[in-house]
Design a binder for this molecule. Structure first.
Ligand code: PLP
Length: 381
């Protein structure tokens, strides 16, 4: 399906709402039926009808259809956060006694789920370096039911070979889940490589304005229907109609936002590559990335987040540098209109080997505006 068609036309039934160009926000918890027969029909077809907004809501449904189509997935569920997408997807696939293989250093709350919560239900996880398929083979046991991926991983941006891992998993009846938040479907389509479930923090690039927390789960009709009737309805972590509407608005500009963030980042990378103040850069499309070929194979765009290690390891010098950058905010998260830095020194002790790492997200400001700020402040570091 054409991307522009999905973003601008798909699921928009304007004749139902006065031919308004922008869709309505159906701000209701409940849906009423004129007859018992129609009510009965809706109850029997809960996944496709409107009964109660914890299950379905027309504004949210419109977003789900667009997200599924962008992904090339049969179906999608929107949830109230990326963390909820992880929890619903992972918990839907495991039972007591099962084993998970997960890439090392996944998103922090995915890590918390697998190290703190799932062990209480006798589900145990082995964390591996996901850059080599041999590590998956070594970690595999007859109890392995799920492989959890994040390509690239936040902070250090290692990739996993999705086609190889999908083939490995299919042969053994293992379900594969990937956190594809960094790429979005516009840059990487894991389902095309054979991955089963794609989850997102839609808070990041998809919404892109730092004003909504949201998550998405994209997969086959079978898997999504199963999650809907079990984890989704029970955990109740829905996306509110108002937030779904804001996300629908955000989707209109997704392609140009990603293009700007990617193009700016490539320019900034060229500058940082030459800077004598930088010790190391982690970025999938960096020319020194040993996985550069794989990045080009799997990713259609470079995207806008990377990490640098400064040569200067002095905590107070790093703090001063971060404070003096005027066109970057110091914050968690990423994917919005605004450029951000996340200094590792906020999370570790002064003598930590990673103290000099800073994660950068490049937003939608003019490239020169960002570059000038970096240049001015790196020179005095
Ligand atoms: C932010 C983030 C999440 C969690 O998403 P929330 O919407 O904050 O719950 C998951 N994965 C990655 C890679 C993220 O950056």
């Amino acid at each position: 399906m054409n991307q522009s068609y999905i973003i601008n036309q798909l699921a928009e039934e304007r004749e139902k709402y006065f031919h308004a160009v922008a869709p309505p926000i159906i701000q209701t918890s409940n849906f009423a039926y004129p007859t018992v027969d129609e009510f009965m029909f809706a109850i029997q077809n809960e996944k496709d009808e409107h009964i109660y907004t914890r299950g379905n809501n027309p504004t949210v449904d419109m977003l789900c259809q667009k997200m599924a189509a962008l992904e090339g997935a049969e179906d999608c569920l929107m949830v109230g956060s990326g963390a909820a997408a992880i929890t619903n997807a992972v918990m839907s696939q495991v039972n007591a006694g099962d084993h998970i293989i997960c890439v090392q250093n996944p998103y922090s709350w995915a890590n918390h789920l697998m190290t703190k919560i799932l062990p209480r239900f006798d589900v145990h996880t082995t964390f591996i370096d996901g850059t080599k398929i041999e590590n998956f083979q070594q970690a595999y046991t007859s109890k392995t039911k799920l492989i959890y991926l994040e390509s690239p991983v936040s902070w250090t941006f290692e990739l996993q070979n999705l086609a190889e891992i999908a083939e490995f998993s299919k042969k053994r009846g293992i379900t594969t889940v990937i956190d594809n938040s960094y790429c979005t479907a516009l840059c990487q389509k894991p389902i095309d490589f054979g991955i089963d479930i794609v989850i997102y923090s839609a808070t990041k690039y998809y919404n892109g304005h730092s004003d909504v927390v949201a998550g998405a789960i994209c997969s086959s009709k079978e898997i999504i229907t199963q999650i809907f009737h079990n984890e989704y309805m029970t955990f109740g972590n829905i996306l509110a109609p108002q937030n779904a509407w804001l996300m629908l608005r955000s989707l209109r500009t997704l392609p140009i936002r990603l293009k700007q963030s990617s193009e700016s980042t490539i320019e900034i990378m060229k500058y940082l590559y030459k800077s004598p103040k930088i010790e190391k850069i982690w970025y999938p499309f960096h020319e020194n990335n040993p996985q550069l070929d794989l990045a080009h194979q799997q990713m259609k765009m470079p995207m806008g987040m990377f990490t640098v290690a400064l040569k200067n390891r002095n905590m107070s010098a790093i703090k001063k540098f971060c404070k003096s950058l005027q066109n970057f905010l110091i914050a968690v998260s990423w994917g919005g209109h605004e450029s951000l830095i996340m200094p590792k020194c906020a999370f570790v002790q002064e003598n930590d080997p990673q103290v000099n790492m800073i994660r950068f997200y490049i937003g939608l400001e003019e490239t020169s505006y960002i570059l000038e700020d970096l240049d001015r402040n790196l020179s005095i570091l």
